[in-house]
Design a protein around this ligand. Structure first.
Ligand SMILES: [Zn+2]
Length: 461
């Protein structure tokens, strides 16, 4: 039975029991659709798949002694009377520093005691609060409040002694299309004020400025356009997720710069793993490109100086690549490495435009799947990314697929494999430790953060 409201009319947003099969035009149009879901039945023989040259990874290079794990979580909390729908968003990005010596000591345990997890390393945290629905911060709308608070957070939060804004500003200045040459001013495609039609604004790239047309404030961080995902009266989980991804990347870049500053030994002996692929999506996708520039420059200089390949990896913990890894893991005995050329990704994992490299506008990581030797009953199989390389050094040259192009691959797989030997809730230990502290369970945070916010609100009244 279809739902009927008081007027007896069918609700506008429901197709209810209208008989669509009688609509001839609709039937004709439907017949023109083609469906392109990923295909099953991947054949291991159709791809290059071979054991990676792992045996040398630890013999010729200094061992990796510590791993930084980066993971974030976010939550929105209702403040006061739920009917008034006043909401505040919280972000927590954590960086766990794991001591590989402690990991080695735990390797022989069948299963890690949860009480030991906390002892595996220390955690640094970067927290933010954002105005969400029906909440203002020193501005006339949630939208503008959000923009102001993002800028303020970026200016105030530091990771490894460097503000998030300093790094963001560097990313901006590495993009010629965003910065006016000469004056160093920021070019915004549209005015961030949704009521203004002004296009191609030239504004200050380091501090608050204003739109020449509507006179509303602009902020350098408006170029990330996270505010376009903010609604004044609804939940803003999409905007929070987007901002969380960006901040994870800024923390990652700061960690890399910190290690680079410390010198060759620090890059030799530290690996960084991040939750999720090396990719930035949505309105802020453009930052993937300058991030890759920075990582490539650090790696090139480091290896040119005789350093061992520096390891930065993004792990597919969930999603299509993780599911695919799970589905193919028992096809043949490990160890093997799957290079995942574009055609395999498009055919079996994620449908898309086959004329372009997968994730051209979002990914700065190249996808691989690794299956460990079958030491234990099931072995490990995981999908991961390492920074992309192109045939002649720049993007137009085409993405390199073969493992030979990625000198850090053997070390990456070796360290991930070692971390996997600790069996704890099917997670990778640095991410478990980072997430354990980062996770803001919905119920808990509603209680704790809700109370906190209530207190703050009361204090103000
Ligand atoms: Zn304007």
């Amino acid at each position: 039975m279809g739902y009927q409201d008081d007027s007896g009319d069918e609700p506008a947003n429901s197709l209810g029991h209208i008989d669509l099969t009688r609509d001839q035009q609709l039937k004709t149009e439907l017949a023109e659709f083609t469906f392109t879901p990923p295909e099953e039945g991947w054949d291991p023989d159709e791809n290059v798949m071979r054991p990676p040259a792992l045996s040398m990874a630890d013999d010729v290079n200094p061992p990796i002694e510590r791993v930084y794990g980066i993971d974030g979580s976010r939550v929105e909390v209702t403040v006061g009377d739920p009917l008034l729908n006043k909401r505040v968003g919280f972000l927590s990005i954590r960086l766990a520093e794991i001591d590989m010596q402690v990991v080695r000591q735990q390797q022989n345990q069948a299963f890690l005691n949860p009480s030991v997890v906390e002892d595996l390393g220390s955690v640094q945290e970067y927290n933010m609060v954002l105005p969400s629905s029906n909440t203002l911060f020193d501005a006339g709308s949630t939208h503008e409040s959000w923009r102001k608070m993002v800028f303020r957070n970026f200016k105030r939060r530091e990771a490894f002694g460097r503000t998030l804004f300093t790094t963001y500003h560097e990313l901006l200045h590495r993009r010629e299309d965003r910065i006016e040459s000469g004056r160093g001013k920021l070019r915004l495609e549209n005015c961030p004020n949704p009521d203004c039609d002004e296009e191609s604004l030239i504004v200050n790239s380091t501090r608050e400025d204003s739109c020449p047309e509507c006179d509303k404030p602009t902020y350098p961080t408006d170029a990330l356009r996270t505010h376009e995902r903010v609604a004044g009266s609804q939940e803003n989980v999409t905007a929070l997720n987007l901002l969380m991804g960006i901040v994870e990347h800024l923390v990652l870049v700061n960690a890399v710069k910190h290690l680079d500053k410390q010198g060759r030994d620090a890059l030799n002996r530290t690996a960084i793993v991040k939750d999720g692929p090396l990719a930035q999506f949505d309105t802020a996708a453009w930052i993937h490109d300058p991030i890759l520039q920075i990582l490539s420059e650090v790696q090139e200089a480091h290896m040119g100086d005789g350093g061992a390949p520096f390891v930065v990896s993004g792990i597919h913990k969930t999603g299509k690549f993780a599911s695919f890894a799970e589905s193919v893991k028992d096809r043949m005995a490990g160890p093997w490495l799957l290079e995942l050329p574009n055609d395999v990704i498009y055919k079996h994992i994620s449908a898309g435009d086959r004329t372009e490299p997968f994730g051209k506008k979002t990914y700065y990581g190249k996808n691989f799947i690794y299956r460990s030797a079958t030491r234990t009953q099931d072995g490990h199989c995981f999908a991961f990314t390492v920074p992309r390389r192109f045939t002649d050094g720049h993007r137009e040259g085409g993405l390199r697929v073969s493992e030979d192009a990625y000198p850090e691959l053997a070390r990456t797989v070796t360290v991930l494999d070692k971390l996997r030997t600790i069996r704890y809730e099917n997670g990778l230990i640095p991410l478990v430790v980072a997430h354990d502290k980062a996770s803001l369970p919905e119920e808990l945070s509603d209680q704790i953060l809700g109370k906190l916010t209530n207190l703050l609100t009361e204090a103000k009244e």
